[in-house]
Design a protein. Structure first.
Length: 393
């Protein structure tokens, strides 16, 4: 305990707050991240004498790695935080201001996930200052495009073999410091109903595609998979996030498209969901003639329709035990174990057979919101948690 407390004393909490604000001020919006975050990382690790790897990508962007300790062989772990942020339209706080109000830092990315990255960088700096090298290796990885499906970020890194040989990964996504053993999957697609146009004054001569879509959505919400519950992940969620239909004024709409994003628990794989959805469409087409079918989402709405199973590791896994111990040391509270409701890089590693966990400051309820913020106290606790975990490596 005395040794870890000495390590905790090396965390510069004022600097932790300052670098969170500095990173929030960098407008690294997804798909147009720029090089601001990469430049920041390069300066940070140069000062620590830690070698870096920069992988440029089209559009003046890059994925970033820094390696402390071994770069091959066993005992190596990745700590991840993506550098890209959601767009800032409609925000009620200065998205790049990094404003401090009371106990919080506000701005886009403060929670998701520049605050968590700041905690991680501060922990790693304390480890270096202590002259404590891991027996294996600690690699920091910050990716682009995470907020747009990860194609140019973690999926690219996987395709390049950059995750091969690692013993585990810690995603610092906001979890309110809960230890999350994996993340939900998803069933992301679109549905189309087709009708027949008619003048609104003779609406009975037409077939209203919007009304038929409304019937489909109401029946979709009753599907059995939405009633299943998991002790760590809870129930599946469903969000009809976009709907469009209609031709022009005074006309019965002859077409309607609705986009759905349903997050899946381990008990409800995409195949099971697909079967229930297909049976629903068949029944409504047969009994109600609503002419519904699955289709592609509108162009530029999402990268593509995506159907992924949930990925998780055992709550008794050694990496989970080590992280829960670190949480107890760093936060002085007993660790809670759960499942992440969002899609994260963890699923990619777990699918590869590499154990991965999620633990970070801030709440996912704040990510992507109009007044995004992170609690400063959680940043400080997270830095201690990461340092306690790194000290075991």
């Amino acid at each position: 305990m005395k040794e870890i407390e000495k390590l905790f004393d090396l965390i510069d909490e004022n600097e932790l707050v300052q670098i969170t604000r500095e990173m929030v001020a960098i407008p690294s919006i997804t798909l147009r991240e720029g090089m601001g975050m990469v430049d920041f990382f390069e300066r940070w690790f140069k000062d620590l004498g830690v070698p870096v790897r920069v992988y440029p990508c089209e559009g003046c962007r890059a994925n970033f790695f820094a390696d402390y300790g071994k770069t091959d062989g066993p005992g190596r772990y990745i700590f991840n935080g993506h550098m890209d942020i959601k767009p800032v339209d409609g925000m009620t706080v200065d998205p790049f201001g990094g404003e401090i109000r009371g106990s919080r830092i506000y701005g886009r990315g403060s929670c998701d996930m520049k605050g968590p990255i700041a905690s991680l960088l501060s922990a790693l700096k304390a480890l270096v200052r202590a002259g404590k090298k891991p027996e294996g290796g600690i690699t920091f990885f910050s990716d682009i495009e995470e907020e747009y499906g990860g194609g140019g970020g973690y999926y690219w890194a996987k395709s390049e073999g950059l995750f091969d040989g690692f013993e585990g990964m810690i995603s610092c996504e906001p979890s309110e410091l809960e230890v999350q053993i994996g993340n939900r999957g998803c069933f992301v697609t679109a549905f189309e109903t087709k009708g027949r146009s008619a003048h609104s004054g003779l609406a009975h001569l037409g077939v209203n595609a919007v009304q038929n879509m409304a019937l489909f959505i109401s029946e979709y919400l009753k599907l059995p998979y939405l009633q299943v519950e998991n002790s760590y992940f809870g129930k599946c969620t469903v969000n009809f996030e976009k709907i469009e239909g209609g031709l022009y004024l005074s006309a019965v709409p002859d077409r309607c498209i609705a986009c759905v994003d349903s997050r899946l628990i381990p008990d409800t794989p995409p195949g099971l969901v697909q079967k229930q959805v297909n049976e629903l469409m068949d029944r409504l087409n047969r009994e109600c003639s609503i002419n519904v079918s699955e289709t592609d989402e509108p162009e530029a709405w999402r990268p593509k329709n995506v159907k992924l199973k949930a990925e998780s590791i055992s709550p008794d896994h050694e990496l989970v035990r080590r992280l829960t111990k670190a949480v107890a040391l760093g936060s002085r509270e007993e660790a809670k174990i759960g499942g992440c409701p969002a899609i994260t890089i963890a699923m990619v590693l777990i699918d590869m057979g590499i154990p991965a966990v999620i633990c970070g400051p801030g709440s996912i309820a704040q990510a992507h919101t109009e007044d995004e913020f992170v609690e400063i106290d959680q940043l400080k606790k997270a830095a201690r948690i990461y340092l306690a975990l790194m000290a075991q490596m």
